[in-house]
Ligand binder design. Sequence first.
Ligand code: UDP
Length: 321
Amino acid sequence: MQTVWITGGAGFIGSNLSSSLLSKNYKVICIDNLLSGSEKNIEDFYSNKNFTYLHQDVIDFPLSLAKKISKPDYLFHLASPASPNKNNKISYMCNPIETLLVNSKGTLNMLEIAKNANAKFLLASTSEIYGDPSVSPQPETYNGNVNTLSVRSVYDESKRFAETASMAYLRKFDLDARIVRIFNTYGPNLKADDGRVVSNFISSALKGEPLTVYGDGTQTRSLCYISDLISGLEKMMFMENIKGEVVNLGNPDEKKIIEFANLIIELTKSKSKIKFEKLPEDDPKKRKPDITKAKKLLGWEPKVGLKEGLIKTIEYYKSLI
Ligand code: UDP
């Protein structure tokens, strides 16, 4: 049986990945400090003998601890706050130093462990490394447009560092590192109060409260359903001979934020209205992945359409009420 470590394993993406890998008979070691993750996402796995949860920050990960647990054959490095919402206590804007550290020191720690174990390493990078893009859709060859002084840069720049660190380990130590740039993703286990657009809009619609559209709602995003992302992550990790590859994973179905708001009101049959609030500082005006490379290299493309994914997500949030 092969062992997979997932840092950030109690988070939105990490818990869905844990579930999928347990069903495929991997031994899963989930490492999380619960800064933005939640035990609720993983408690169903506690009875599974192939699942181990370690409450541990990867910023301070003693190598002696690594020696006590099964060595990874595969290491998915997902740990990091990822919500930009400045009013939300789990966001990267509210945890700027932790975000810088987890993506720098935390990444170096995990690279070292993967190197010592001769494991394959997958870095969860982000579309944020493209900043406010001047090219759309964004291909992997686009170097991005990040303002180092912006409020978002603690996330953007530290993820850029994490990519650089992964490439340095590959070049210096021949580590089998792969990088995935994850675009906006939604679905079950995304915290209702996470502060991101889908969770905010569905939560408000279900409560009959106004949906808050920031700015005039003409900024665009492209939303990928979680099961599609998980299948992409697994292909990227388990495919042979793709060491050092960098791949965008996301759904290229680009829409304006106001269109998502209207669709969610329609699908929830809510009486909520739309309220406009100030656009947050440095909010990217557009975002759409170019997934040509993922299609060619991995034979991957999203299968779940926006309506279908939103209906499943709405059912999930209803089940929490
Ligand atoms: N947004 C919004 N209302 C909300 C939450 C987000 O209008 O309640 C907008 C936000 O300004 C951004 C987009 O939706 O333009 C996506 O925001 P999110 O925080 O989900 O992620 P981002 O793509 O900005 O990292």
